[in-house]
Ligand binder design. Structure first.
Ligand SMILES: Cc1cc2nc3c(=O)[nH]c(=O)nc-3n(C[C@H](O)[C@H](O)[C@H](O)COP(=O)(O)O)c2cc1C
Length: 210
């Protein structure tokens, strides 16, 4: 059976459909800590009845690093197939959670590459952040991402979650050692849900003109 949606409304279940949240795992480093952080926020998403997560892990779905000519698709068939594994999922998302470490006061090149490959996929959609690092909790990475996503017509969520000294912030079970991080995740996801639902309705009512 084909499911019909209008502005997020599922006419078969007569209810509002779940918000699709793409969780982008930005670190591709060998031996990365990012998997632990991403798994934790995925568990938060799995507990919610208003959101469904699609994890876009840039380590397992790498993107090409050579951009094509303006207005043309990539000439390399391998590049096309790598994009096909990621781009439709970003396009389908109502919202994003970006899980980013801080590298040299910024965010990793793998994440910038994924951002630059796309454009309309980000438009008029909200983005929440889970960041981590050594001293800074990844806050400098996030502040720079806010500038980048502004260029792409996205809305960044004010409240986020940041872990400094990330190696000590999680127990052996993968859960956070400080429960205030769980509270921060809930707050960020609640704000993300508000924007995701509001912008989904708005995009359906009036296509966003960039
Ligand atoms: C190249 C590199 C640069 C880093 N620069 C910073 C930094 O500027 N600020 C900070 O707080 N942590 C910094 N760190 C520490 C990382 O944020 C920390 O190791 C984190 O675990 C990296 O994420 P990952 O393990 O998922 O790759 C850096 C780590 C690397 C590998």
């Amino acid at each position: 059976m084909c499911t019909l949606y209008f502005a997020g409304y599922d006419v078969h279940t007569q209810g509002v459909s779940m918000l699709k949240v793409a969780v982008i795992v930005g670190s591709t480093r060998e031996g990365r800590f990012g998997g632990t952080v991403a798994a934790w926020i995925e568990r938060h998403l799995a507990k919610r009845d208003d959101m469904e997560a699609d994890v876009v892990d840039l380590a397992t779905t790498p993107l090409p690093t050579v951009l094509p000519e303006f207005g043309k698709p990539p000439s390399d068939p391998e590049a096309l197939s790598q994009l096909a594994a990621v781009s439709p999922r970003l396009a389908a998302a109502d919202a994003f959670v970006v899980v980013t470490p801080e590298y040299n006061r910024s965010f990793p090149a793998s994440l910038k590459n994924a951002i630059d490959w796309h454009n309309q996929e980000w438009h008029a959609k909200p983005i929440g952040f889970v960041s981590y690092g050594g001293f800074s909790g990844g806050t400098r990475a996030v502040e720079q991402l806010r500038l980048v996503f502004g260029e792409l017509h996205a809305v960044t969520i004010r409240d986020g979650v940041g872990f400094n000294g990330v190696w000590g912030a999680f127990g052996p079970d993968g859960e956070v050692t400080d429960p205030s991080s769980d509270a921060a995740a809930t707050k960020m996801l609640d704000q993300l849900a508000w924007w995701a639902e509001t912008l989904r309705e708005a995009r359906a009512a009036r296509p966003y003109a960039a």
